[in-house]
Write a protein that binds this ligand. Sequence first.
Ligand SMILES: [Zn+2]
Length: 332
Amino acid sequence: MKNILIIFLTTCLFGVVNAQVNNRVIDTCTNILNPKDPKQIKHFPWRLPDWIWNNGQLNPYITEDQKAEEIKKIEILRKWNQESYPSADSLEDVIAHDLGSKFSLIDLSRQGKNYMNVGNGFNLSLLLDPAFEVDFSQTINKAASAFLEIALSERVLQEAFDSAILELTPKTEMYEIATTSHKQKYTKAYLNEIRWRIKPSSIEGFKQQIKNALSTENGDPALLIITSGNMPPWWGWSYLNYFYDPNQSLKRLAPPHNYIYIEFNTDSFSTNKSVAFWTSKIAHELLHNLGYLHPVYKCPHERDINNIGKNKAFIIAYERAIWKRAKELNLE
Ligand SMILES: [Zn+2]
């Protein structure tokens, strides 16, 4: 069974309640969001977003007939999700795989803004949803560029690593009683915690992981796709481990490559226009794509009291260290 997390940041950061939807666990701050809402499926699909492959720019790689075929499958998926049909996940995988087969990394990265950061060896193309307002697009562009500058800052890495722990709090319940069988079973939260990354084994290893996400072995630009959503009060979303999921790889040419894929809420820009702030959000969501998890918090207060001093979840420690460094560089 797939167990893919959608993680997001909210205006009441990290306050979360677990919900199970078609084998995909969604953490929500409140239950305001209906995970079966077609708007959500439309805005943050578990595949290449439609604005990339269905806008005409990639017509040399995908025919009108192929587009129509995918759109037909997506419509079936929407119905199956609404009906909680068990095969919806499989169909979603098929659509993601089919779209990934049509393109290679270079096909998409040619469409984006190319950032070069020779010092860190990064080579990243940013593809931004045209639906973003101009001001927000400019801020995200600056934030992405700033992230490349400071992602591997020794001070940032050391601070994040030194203040992160493996034994996260609040401690997760290991067992629960199944409602149907009345037998003891592992809780979903516990399984998530032991299946995904909490803290890198070493700073050097983490640097390599970041380099692998923000550059490629053959010199093609790596790719960061930021799509827009409009589901207040969320700041952003990302799928856990998306960067390593074989269904999502771009494989028209060998070798196949995955890409970073996150969503920012268009309405959240009005709550914070700081480049430093959005740089830290890119950092946070990127780490979810790389498989890093933080605990489920019921409210911001619970998050804060569980992320003090040297007792932080690594993903939060890194996000905060990036934010601090970005502010030092006057990226307000
Ligand atoms: Zn998160």
